[in-house]
Design a binder for this molecule. Structure first.
Ligand SMILES: [Zn+2]
Length: 118
């Protein structure tokens, strides 16, 4: 049997960690509901071209990182919502129960080991 209380705790813990990580890189745009990376605050008044390029690259990498984290967050929020549904822990591909060990390791898993996403 799945220990749903434990799974819920784990999901909430992961959600909080993600939100903290994302909060360090950007913020939630309340108009679009999407996370956006925030540009680094200007530390120096005058910057040369290289600095600007570095900053831009950094912003770009934060933007793509935040997208990855947001996708994970969405999975976790979905899993929290689905936790009490009959479909929770059912493989999307074969409709069989996902291994308990796999759910415990990754409560947001949507497939069994055999149909593991890449
Ligand atoms: Zn399966």
């Amino acid at each position: 049997m799945l220990d749903k209380k434990k799974i819920k705790e784990k999901l909430e813990e992961e959600r909080d960690i993600l939100l903290e990580e994302m909060g360090g890189m950007g913020k939630l745009n309340t108009d679009t509901g999407e996370w956006e990376a925030t540009p680094e605050e200007m530390t120096y008044r005058e910057t040369d071209q290289n600095d600007m390029a570095d900053r831009f690259e950094d912003f770009e990498s934060r933007s793509s990182m935040i997208k990855v984290l947001e996708a994970r967050l969405i999975n976790i929020l979905q899993a929290l919502k689905d936790l009490n549904k009959a479909s929770f822990s059912i493989c999307e591909v074969c409709k069989k129960e996902i291994e308990v060990a796999r759910i415990n390791a990754n409560p947001a898993a949507k497939t069994c080991k055999k149909h593991l996403e890449n």
